[in-house]
Design a protein around this ligand. Structure first.
Ligand code: UDP
Ligand code: MG
Length: 310
């Protein structure tokens, strides 16, 4: 059984003045369990440019509990930046990422930790339902995960939350991915390691409101597709081949028409247009394939991540 000394709890916060004290009160209840295991808690609240009194709420907690730390951004940089900053600051040999709104139940922490103790590198969570979510949002979310499964080699799980506990080794692997356009759900899958999945039913926010409008989520999903797949760059090549095949079919029809003595001049023009468009799209697709390779090179991701060596 593995032993650890510190669990860092990273909490990205954007306008969460009401949630912060509720989150702390609820989560600190788990300190008894962790104390018995000899594990200290460390709270890292990342204030992502909130316009309310989130930072003050964290300072109040820091006054009475020095295990509470704050990183305050100069403006709103987005949840992904807040997650990265939290990982950089975390000193624990086990780290857990949690939302401030108690949608990630702290009561699950002991179970998550027991799996880490039993040798898992990472314990991830997924919601089994999307109760309370607008149906249109759920529909688009399902389509997004379906599409990602088709076009990306990285394992991105439907309903996966960012609520995840991981060992220092996994955190260091995540930190070794320096890309600016970050999509954590993809990064967690990309780094690999042995992951235990826990499931729970969707929980409503404790206070405040969601920071993700439909539009923001849509843009975020595009971010995910672009960060973890170069398939869209090859699309012109597929269209180009379809156009070229259409041009060949038209050519056959044109020849048959001409042999039978019909006027085939209109078809000839169609055939030339389809062929020219097809060749152009193919060229664009080929450029796209090279661009895709270049894009992967620029990200400078590690070529591999070692889990163990002797
Ligand atoms: N969050 C953040 N920066 C942002 C948006 C959200 O740090 O720009 C935080 C937010 O405070 C919360 C977590 O990310 O702790 C998840 O956000 P939210 O609960 O609004 O998302 P939802 O659960 O509705 O998907
Ligand atoms: Mg939430």
């Amino acid at each position: 059984m593995n032993t650890h000394t510190t669990l860092s709890i990273i909490v990205p916060c954007y306008n969460e003045e009401e949630s912060v004290p509720l989150f702390y009160a609820e989560t600190v209840k788990q300190e008894k369990f962790f104390g018995e295991k000899g594990v200290e808690l460390e709270f890292i609240f990342v204030n992502d440019g909130s316009r309310d009194k989130t930072a003050e709420a964290v300072k109040v907690l820091h006054e009475k509990d020095k295990r509470v730390h704050l990183i305050s951004f100069s403006r709103n940089f987005g949840k992904e930046a807040a997650i990265f900053a939290g990982f950089e600051k975390a000193s624990g040999d086990v780290v857990v990422l949690m939302d401030a709104d108690l949608q990630d139940p702290p009561a699950l922490l002991p179970e998550m930790y027991s799996h880490i103790q039993n040798g898992y590198d990472s314990v991830a969570t997924r919601r089994v339902d999307r109760k309370g979510e607008p149906p249109i949002r759920s529909w688009f979310a399902r389509r997004f995960y379906g599409l990602m499964r088709c076009i990306s080699k990285t394992d991105i799980v439907d309903g996966a939350r960012d609520y995840r506990m991981m060992t220092r080794q996994v955190v260091d692997a995540i930190l070794s991915m320096k890309e600016c356009n970050r999509f954590s759900k993809g990064i967690f899958g990309w780094v690999g390691f042995e992951t235990k999945w826990l499931e729970y039913e969707n929980i409503q926010r404790a206070a405040g409101e969601t920071k993700w409008s439909f539009w923001k989520l849509f843009l975020y999903s595009l971010e995910g597709i672009i960060a973890f797949s170069t398939a869209p760059l090859v699309l012109p090549l597929i269209f180009g081949i379809i156009f070229c095949l259409a041009a060949v079919a038209l050519l056959v029809v044109t020849i048959v028409q001409a042999v039978n003595g019909y006027d085939a001049s209109v078809l000839t023009t169609d055939c030339i247009i389809a062929f020219a468009a097809g060749i152009q799209l193919c060229c664009l697709g080929i450029v796209g394939m090279y661009f895709g390779k270049l894009y992967i090179e620029i990200k400078n991701r590690p070529k591999y991540i070692v889990k163990e060596e002797f």
